[in-house]
Design a protein. Structure first.
Length: 84
């Protein structure tokens, strides 16, 4: 699956991720993957610098009930890694 965030999801800030230990904000454009393994791509802000087409690979702690952005983005991650 590859799904882009809708304007409604962006307004609800469903596409925003903050990773505290790296002081990283990501504004996601789309998510792709399946089952528990996904990659979110978007614009990252790190130390005030913007990085376009930044990718974070992550694995969910459990399978989503349905493969929708709302479901996936509201679940806990088991691990993540930066792919940029």
């Amino acid at each position: 699956m590859k799904e882009y965030f809708t304007q409604e999801q962006i307004e609800r800030q469903l596409n925003k991720i903050y990773i505290e230990e790296d002081d990283l904000w990501l504004e996601g454009e789309f998510v792709e993957g399946e089952e528990k393994h996904y990659i979110i791509t978007g614009t990252a802000i790190i130390d005030g610098e913007r990085y376009h087409e930044f990718e974070i690979e992550f694995e969910l702690t459990q399978l989503p009930k349905e493969e929708t952005l709302s479901e996936i983005m509201n679940m806990d991650w088991d691990w993540y890694d930066y792919l940029c």
